[in-house]
Design a protein around this ligand. Structure first.
Ligand code: PMP
Length: 414
């Protein structure tokens, strides 16, 4: 006789491992944005939701020849374990990449990571005990919020405006934490072409923000995956160049070359770098040697700066399509940011419209976006949404915004 299947009623029956998980898994919830991917990727839906880089301009033929040569000439190294810190030649080249944004760094202080997401995870692991405070712009990058939650850090959002993080609001947040006896471990910030807000931190604010953090003994984690994607080729002084000893800087090849290779890096003050290498060792032993060597060969043999320029031009054309469609179609009462680089526009809708509640109706109308609440740790953002213009064609962007405007209008009539 076979046993009858367990009843599928109680929570416990749904996951028999429920009482085994560590307390920290409570913060690990599926991000709204990831949950959206399945529906948003149906071909009839115009997805303005994801942040996938548009790789169509990559020279696939020459890349494939290079990868073949690499394995033929150096396969036994490329397919072997490597150092936890990353291969030395790539770390040197990463310093050349950072020099484009005025950063002067030594390759000893660079740790190669599996995307900058791993950098975020390691930095949080190194610095945050449960209950520690992390300050982050409101809104902030969803993947960073995921890492902070996984280590049970508490996020306090700091207001931003069209010029980025507001220094006065940072001062107030630090003073409030001090009054409450809370320990602020670091400020997490995306100064350039912010994800999701699409704004850039004003140059005049940068030194002030670094000064405030230094005054309060707070480390700065500067996340800069989009810095080379300024539509006019413009770059901005990094926070790291203002106060190298108080900044952990995260970089990535995901937006300037190929996100699927998962190669990013952390540049950190010397002592922090040593701890990061230990953290990396225990997480992955070493970053993938083959992928590092692909990036390294690409940087050595390809016109990578020209390639970034091509990417920028593609994104600029899409940004233009997005902004003119927003101007043409969105009902009055909506406002949005004007990105000068990067992938995203942040839209605020009229009072009474809830972007999270509206999303299923938008998907039925064959357009998807990321609702604002996913970018806050505290439930804020229901009147906001992130629209990404990086991936669809300009025609699809226009059509997507047209559909979105119709949904918004019927929502406002309710
Ligand atoms: N930081 C920000 C602000 C991002 O937008 C992203 C990717 N969307 C990442 C970090 C992670 O990038 P990756 O791991 O691909 O380097």
């Amino acid at each position: 006789m076979t046993a009858s299947p367990p009843e599928r009623t109680g929570r416990h029956n749904l996951d028999p491992h429920l009482d085994r998980y560590a307390a920290r898994t409570e913060g690990m919830t599926a991000s709204e944005i990831r949950a959206l991917f399945a529906v948003a990727s149906r071909p009839e839906v115009v997805s303005l939701a994801g942040g996938m880089p548009n790789l169509a301009a990559l020279p696939l033929d020459s890349l494939s020849a290079q990868v073949g040569e690499l394995i033929a000439e150096d396969g036994l190294t490329a397919l072997q374990y490597g150092s936890a810190q990353g291969i030395p030649v790539l770390r040197e080249q990463i310093c050349d990449v950072m020099a484009l944004e005025g950063i002067s760094a030594h390759s000893d202080d660079v740790v190669v990571t599996v995307g900058s997401q791993m950098g975020l995870d390691m930095v949080t692991r190194l610095f945050c005990d449960p209950g520690d405070i992390v300050l982050a712009e409101g809104p902030s990058y969803v993947g960073a919020l995921g890492s902070f939650a996984a280590y049970q850090a508490k996020v306090v959002h700091v207001v931003m405006d069209d010029e980025g993080l507001v220094p006065e609001a940072l001062r107030e947040a630090l003073a409030a934490a001090k009054r409450a006896g809370q320990r602020v471990k670091f400020l997490y910030t995306i100064p350039n072409f912010h994800n999701p807000a699409g704004v850039t931190l004003a140059v005049e604010r940068r030194a002030e923000i670094m000064e405030i953090c230094r005054e309060h003994g707070v480390l700065v984690v500067e996340d800069n995956p989009y810095g080379l994607l300024g539509f006019d080729g413009q770059t901005y002084p990094s926070l790291r160049s203002i106060d190298p000893e108080n900044v952990v800087y995260l970089g990535s090849f995901s937006k300037t070359f190929a996100s699927g290779l998962r190669v990013g890096w952390v540049l950190a003050p010397h002592a922090v770098r040593e701890k990061l290498v230990l953290a990396a060792e225990s997480a992955t032993l070493c970053p993938p040697t083959l992928n590092q060597m692909i990036v390294s060969r690409y940087l050595a043999t390809h016109d990578w700066k020209g390639q970034i320029k091509t990417f920028r031009e593609n994104y600029r054309e899409r940004r233009d399509a997005m902004i003119s469609a927003l101007e043409q179609y969105l009902p009055s009462g909506c406002s949005w940011t004007h990105p000068d680089g990067g992938f995203y526009v942040w839209v605020t809708v009229p009072e009474g419209v809830d972007t999270k509640a509206m999303l299923p109706r938008a998907v039925t109308a064959r357009v998807a976006y990321a609702s604002g609440t996913g970018f806050y740790a505290d439930g804020f953002g229901s009147r906001q949404m992130r629209l990404s213009y990086c991936y669809p064609t300009p025609e699809r962007i226009k059509e997507g915004v047209r559909r979105l405007a119709a949904v918004l209008e019927s929502e406002m009539d309710l």
